[in-house]
Write a protein that binds this ligand. Structure first.
Ligand code: ZN
Ligand code: ZN
Ligand code: FE
Length: 767
């Protein structure tokens, strides 16, 4: 007689909507096992019966052979018992709903190769079908309304399957078995074309029509996975200019979309790592080096990089098949508003920008921008996420032990929110600048929908220390929960610690735009020492005035003037620097502002020092978007030169980094016609020296040798690379960002993990 055993497993992770049950089914059959598997709101449960040998082999293969999109976090063996043959076959049984909703939702993915082959196969019944997908690919997070991930809980619920699709859906041998968004020409969503007057364009083949319009230089809005894009032929400079003027976007680079990596290689140089990232199923926009200008120069002006992504929806493939090396593919929004994702808004608002609109009737439940990633660091191997959205959300980050659940509302710019539960930290998609009303509305909506979808009931709220942020005010309106205001740069530091699973106190080098400090001034060039609970400011850049407050962000010449004015006084106006000649009249006004301290908050922001330096060098006096001047400054630094000098002052054990001597040297070199390339390098090298020296000072007192680099300024590859190098040479252990953005997109995660620790400290773990 054969000895049979029954084992029961409970598996957690991304195991729903990714072909996990059919995988288990086939694996069980292969190993001669009987029993069942089912989805519930917490994960996948299965019971299998067979010999010990077969059961062991099965357990091994779950991990080694799992489906591509599946992410297994835990396999729990719930029990094992002897049996006498309880089952006679293996079955997939109906989903079960429990009160606990812990199953992870899969992010949206690109259309897979099997589906692509069918898409372009004339004999396939889904030939050129714009919504082709399967168990291994397609929309997920963007169409889910609730858990478990089943068709009735997605925006596909209103498309009843035809008999053929239904057969495929139910056939465990079919690669569309339980593919929730399954559909075909006869039962699925439809694409429709409209012109900019809202008139339906009557055509049998909208795709062919759009290809022709793009070739003719028209701007076409196309519905994607997380929202609408605006598409234009990048070789047509008139069309690109038209798009810029209608979108009121003068210089900010447009992203490019191509069908294949070979096409991308014709206009950009790619490292193997960049190639891998471009081809990854998340399909982010990857920032890569321009090769030569195949395209109109105004696709990305004053910038030696392109933002590129590979096609990820069937519609994109069909359009690019119309013989385009690339198409401009930029988020469809009105100036700085949220990306448009409903058909209603698209047909109302996008008509001002697009000549035609290609809509479809599969509803986007959750709006998502494209993610942006750059490969950085000395070995050009580390992906650094600048914007985390489609393809990555809602995959969580892990903390080493569970903490009470909370809701963190993030920063006001580049806003994201974060919810934590057990040891998972779920950062939301990029939401945007909350000062914009439409984005604030979207923030409010995401706060409630994200909580509902993840089934998290927060016990506390975390927000920024800045009392006037919209989200801070929102936090204090939620009167039922305790609010934990978190200092901005402490949050940056903790986000980097969380991402790198650090446990002990660290030195946090936070170079940033501006953030509200505990002394109520604007910080942004900080050396902190601390952990997840608290931190102390050990050093900072010498503060300077932001003449005109927020205006100085858009007009860096204001910063350049203030820095020089504090060195040269009234003689500043006689310096023959470009910006001084150009803005003389305004500078006279600024001079008074500075003298009388009118609307001139002080800051220690390194981001703003970058802006000021760019203006002194004559690179840029005004900017269209934050960071633009700094990007240009970084890109020209190619020649080596001696670092600029600075002074460290000790004020009651807090070090002050006085960089005005560097500004003076910079102006003098510039007047002697030393090249910008050298001067930019000397500025970057000085910053790395400051990081080295200050960290050494701090280590001599605290014995801490773990350093985290965070804040928006660390999107600068040259700076990150040089800081990493000098710190490593000085025996520090250095950590920086990869999957959590170094910019304010990471703030919510930092706030969540700090507030959870403060909550426990204040109320105890069992509250
Ligand atoms: Zn597929
Ligand atoms: Zn069908
Ligand atoms: Fe910040």
């Amino acid at each position: 007689m054969i000895n049979l055993f029954i084992r029961k497993y409970f598996i957690q992770g991304i195991v729903q909507g990714v072909g996990f049950r059919p995988f288990i089914y086939h694996l069980a059959i292969e190993n001669n096992l009987n029993g069942w598997v089912l989805n519930n709101t917490e994960g996948v449960t299965l019971e299998i019966e067979g010999t010990k040998k077969d059961l062991d082999q099965f357990a091994k293969s779950i991990i080694s052979e799992k489906p591509e999109l599946a992410v297994i976090e835990n396999i729990n063996l719930m029990g094992e018992s002897k049996s006498k043959g309880k089952y006679i076959q293996f079955n997939i049984i109906e989903s079960k709903e429990t009160n606990i909703k812990d199953a992870l939702i899969s992010p949206d993915t690109n259309v897979c190769n099997n589906c692509l082959n069918e898409l372009f196969d004339q004999n396939n019944r889904r030939y050129k079908y714009p919504f082709i997908n399967c168990t291994n690919c397609g929309p997920r997070y963007s169409i889910i309304l609730d858990l478990p991930y089943d068709r009735p809980n997605t925006t596909m619920s209103k498309f009843p399957m035809c008999s053929q699709c239904n057969l495929e859906y139910k056939d465990v041998e079919n690669r569309r078995f339980h593919a929730q968004p399954i559909s075909c020409w006869s039962c699925g969503p439809k694409i429709l074309l409209y012109d900019n007057k809202g008139v339906y364009v009557d055509t049998d083949d909208p795709i062919k029509e759009v290809i022709k319009q793009l070739k003719d230089g028209f701007i076409v809005a196309v519905k994607g996975i997380g929202g609408y894009h605006l598409m234009v032929d990048p070789t047509n400079s008139e069309a690109v200019t038209q798009l810029r003027s209608r979108k009121k976007r003068k210089e900010k680079p447009f992203a490019l979309l191509s069908e294949s990596i070979e096409q991308v290689k014709t206009y950009a140089s790619l490292s193997s790592e960049e190639e891998r990232l471009l081809c990854s199923i998340a399909r982010p926009i990857v920032i890569v080096q321009k090769k030569h200008n195949t395209f109109s120069a105004n696709v990305a002006t004053n910038n030696c990089t392109f933002g590129v992504m590979l096609a990820y929806t069937p519609i994109q493939y069909l359009l690019l098949h119309g013989n385009f090396t690339a198409l401009i593919c930029t988020s469809a929004n009105i100036s700085d508003d949220a990306i448009i994702y409903t058909n209603d808004e698209a047909t109302k608002k996008l008509t001002k920008i697009a000549d035609y609109i290609l809509i479809h009737n599969r509803v986007i439940q959750t709006r998502l921008d494209d993610s942006i990633v750059k490969i950085m660091d000395s070995d050009k191997k580390k992906p650094v996420t600048f914007r985390r959205a489609r393809g990555y959300i809602p995959f969580p980050h892990k903390f080493e032990h569970p903490l009470p659940s909370g809701l963190a509302l993030g920063s006001e710019l580049k806003n994201t929110i974060c919810l934590n539960k057990n040891n998972n930290y779920f950062i939301s998609q990029h939401i945007g600048d909350l000062k914009n009303l439409s984005i604030y509305a979207s923030f409010c909506e995401i706060v409630s929908s994200f909580q509902k979808l993840l089934a998290i009931e927060p016990q506390f709220i975390a927000c920024d220390l800045h009392p006037n942020f919209f989200n801070t005010k929102f936090a204090y309106q939620q009167t039922k929960l305790p609010v934990f205001p978190i200092q901005h740069h402490h949050a940056h530091m903790a986000s980097c610690m969380l991402e790198n699973s650090l446990k002990n106190p660290v030195i946090g080098v936070i170079f940033d735009g501006v953030g509200y400090g505990t002394d109520k001034s604007l910080w942004g060039g900080e050396f902190l020492v601390g952990d997840y609970l608290q931190c102390e400011r050990k050093a900072h850049f010498k503060q300077f005035k932001l003449l005109g407050g927020d205006k100085a962000v858009k007009e860096p010449y204001r910063i350049a003037f203030e820095l020089l004015y504090s060195i040269y006084g009234d003689k500043t106006l006689d310096l023959p620097l470009d910006f001084i000649i150009q803005y003389r009249e305004q500078l006279v006004v600024l001079q008074k502002m500075s003298n009388k301290n009118i609307n001139s908050p002080v800051t220690s922001s390194v981001g703003r020092i970058f802006d000021g330096v760019a203006a002194i060098l004559g690179l840029r006096s005004v900017v269209e978007y934050e960071g633009q001047a700094a990007i240009q400054l970084e890109q020209i630094a190619t020649d080596n030169f001696d670092p600029l000098t600075y002074v460290l002052n000790n004020n009651n054990d807090v070090l002050e980094i006085d960089f005005l001597s560097a500004i003076k040297e910079l102006a003098e070199y510039k007047l002697k016609n030393v090249s910008n390339s050298k001067l930019s390098m000397s500025f970057h090298l000085m910053l790395a020296n400051i990081v080295r020296d200050v960290c050494n000072e701090i280590r001599s007192k605290t014995f801490i040798r773990e350093v985290v680099l965070s804040g928006g300024v660390f999107q600068n590859e040259l700076l990150l690379k040089t800081c990493n190098k000098v710190l490593a040479e000085n025996n520090f252990k250095v950590y920086s960002h990869s999957t959590i953005p170094p910019n304010d997109g990471g703030i919510s995660a930092g706030q969540a993990v700090i507030a959870a620790h403060q909550f426990v400290y204040k109320f105890g773990i069992n509250n």
